[in-house]
Write a protein that binds this ligand. Structure first.
Ligand SMILES: [Zn+2]
Length: 273
């Protein structure tokens, strides 16, 4: 049985003393280039960590996090910590947010508002990259709105205000590309790719919720079950078939044609709620 829940706690390593203040340096424009890829972790780097945990390290404003991709290989995700998520996702703002490039490995941005926290951008790119790693010929998934450059109210969303929310389309069978979010018959949902995307997000340990319509949840849960994930574990991940309060994946109306992922507050963003 493969397991996800044990991968969720993040262990924080502080290599050097970190003041907790967000450095107010100007944003390096292309820190995450379009060629950005997670780098494979060496076996010696894994030796100090239990393989079942996601490890975040800090040094100055550099961050790196060890994450296991759905293929089972471990990778370092790297970013420069500049952004600050402030307030609530439905009443908040974003300071020095990072822009998601219009295109990257495994995705295409079609929304109007491409800004997110450094962590949001890194994790989203990782998930799209992880699908691409497993299905190298895959057409890019479509990514919709994240947040406005400085966050705040973003029409027509209730949340998407503090750089922690993103809308992402589902993958379609037969590797057919979508130009925009589209409600597909369940038989046209590519469950393997969509589940790989979700699995990669969950493996970052940074998902607060994923909103997905009940009907799509059922199909995804059945798929994950067929791939060897334990029912007990999936019960904690999926709200379907019940209405469990604590599930990570929840039904919210309006999510038949895309999923909405909300990441937890970055641990060092003190004003994030
Ligand atoms: Zn949304």
């Amino acid at each position: 049985m493969r397991s996800l829940i044990t991968l969720t706690p993040i262990v924080l390593f502080t290599i050097t003393y970190y003041s907790g203040c967000t450095p107010k340096t100007s944003r390096p424009k292309h820190y995450l280039s379009d060629q950005y890829m997670p780098s494979a972790a060496a076996p010696s780097e894994l030796a100090n960590n239990t393989a079942s945990e996601s490890v975040l390290e800090r040094q100055g404003d550099e961050r790196r996090q060890l994450v296991t991709a759905p293929t089972g290989k471990a990778y370092w995700l790297r970013w420069r910590k500049v952004s600050e998520s402030v307030g609530r996702c439905n009443a908040g703002r974003l300071i020095d947010g990072l822009r998601l490039p219009a295109k990257g490995v495994g995705y295409r941005h079609i929304g109007k508002s491409p800004y997110g926290s450094d962590e949001t951008i890194t994790y989203l790119r990782f998930a799209a990259w992880a699908v691409h790693e497993q299905y190298p010929d895959t057409v890019p998934v479509v990514v919709g709105d994240l947040s406005a450059e400085r966050g705040g109210y973003l029409k027509p969303h209730r949340s998407h205000q503090s750089g922690r929310d993103a809308d992402v389309g589902y993958y379609r069978t037969k590797n057919r590309a979508l130009r925009w979010f589209k409600t597909l018959p369940i038989g046209e949902l590519d469950l393997s790719k969509t589940w790989t995307f979700i699995e990669a997000l969950l493996r970052t340990g940074a998902v607060e919720y994923i909103f997905i319509d009940h009907s799509v949840q059922k199909a995804l849960r059945d798929h994950a079950r067929s791939r060897g994930f334990a029912a007990r574990e999936l019960d904690q991940i999926f709200q379907f078939p019940g209405r469990k309060r604590r599930a990570l994946i929840r039904h919210v109306a309006g999510h038949k044609n895309h999923l909405h992922v909300r990441f937890v507050c970055p641990s060092e963003d003190d004003k994030c709620k």
